[in-house]
Ligand binder design. Sequence first.
Ligand code: ATP
Ligand code: LTN
Length: 334
Amino acid sequence: MIDGKKVLFSGMQATGNLTLGNYLGALKNWLTLSDEYECFYSVVDMHSITVRQDPAELRKRARNLLTLYIAAGLDPKKNCIYYQSHVSGHAELAWILNCFTYMGELNRMTQFKDKAAKHADNINAGLFTYPVLMAADILLYQADVVPVGIDQMQHLELTRNLAERFNNIYGNVFTIPEAYIGKVGAKIMSLQDPSKKMSKSDENPNGSIYLMDDPDTILRKCKRAVTDSEGCIRYCDEQPGLKNLIDIYSACTGKTPQETVQEFDGKGYGELKPAVAEAVIGVLKPLQEEYARLSKDKAYIDSVIKENAEKANYYATKTLRKVQRKVGFPDRIR
Ligand code: ATP
Ligand code: LTN
C-alpha cells in the first residue's frame, strides 16, 4: 500500500516497434487501472539485453517507449514512469531471488524455450534468469496487481511462488501479486498466422499492426488478414483469423465480441475488414498525434525521467533494505 492505495506494476521491453497486441493486451488496461492504483510503469531495458541489441538503437527505443506511455494517456505526475536501468534495486533483488529459484522452475518457462530456439547462437544466462528479474521488478514495489497479456501468466505464477517461498522462510516480506488480464484483447494474434501471437519481433511486418502505422498501411494489413473460406461471421475457435479480427474490433470499440457478431450479422468479411481498420485508426490516430507532440519536448521528457527515477528508487530501496536485512547482509553504517 502506498498512501492508502494498492500498488500496480507493469513493464514493456524496448525491443522492436510496439504492436496493437501490446496496446490492447497491456497499455490499454494500464490506462483504465491508473486511477485506482498507485502505479509503476517501467521501460524494462535490462530485460532487453537478454537478446543482442545495438546500443544507440536501444537507447532510442527506450526513450520512444517511455514517451509512448505518456502519449497513451498515463500522467507521469500520478504514475511512476521510469527506466528499469535507473533503479539498481532491480538487479540487486534479482540476485537475491536467483538464490531462491530452482533450475527446474526456469527450465519450464515457455518464453525461454521460444527465445532460446529463436536465438540459438546466444542462449545466455540472462535469458534463462529473465523471469527472476521480472519477479524482482514486481516484488520490489510490493505490487498487488500486474496487468499483462496472457503470455506472461507463467512468469507471474513463478513470481508468486518465489514471494511465497521467501515469506515462508523470513516472515511477511513480499506482497503476493495477482495478474490482471483484460477481458478483450488479452491475446491478439498475427494477422498472417492466427495460431501465433502478434509480436513486435515477428519478421513478417504484415502480421502486426504497429502503433505508428499510417491509415493506409493499417487498411492494407486488415484487408490482407488471413481468414477462411466459410464466409459467415461467427465467433469461434474454428475460424481463428476471423475471431482475431472480431477481438480487435471489439477491443477498439469497447463492444463485446457478441455485439460485434450481431452488428455484422449477414455481412461478409469484405465489410468487416475495413471496419476493423477504421476502428484501429480511430484508436491509434490520437495516440500518434500526442506522441509526435511530446517527442519534440525534450526538456519535459527529461524532467519526467529524472523525477520518476527518484521516486522509483525511493520505494525500491525501502523493500531492498528489508530483504537484505532478512537474508543476513550486514547493516550499513551511517
Ligand atoms: P517480443 O516479440 O519482443 O517478445 P512482445 O510483443 O511479446 O515482444 P513484450 O514487451 O514482451 O512484447 O510485452 C509487453 C506487453 O504486451 C506484455 O504485457 C504482453 O503480455 C503484452 N502482449 C504482447 N503481445 C501481445 C499480444 N499479441 N496480445 C496481447 N498482449 C500482448
Ligand atoms: N516479461 C514481460 C515484460 C516485463 C514485465 C515485468 C511485465 C518485464 N518485467 C514486470 C510485467 C511486470 C514481457 O516480456 N512482456
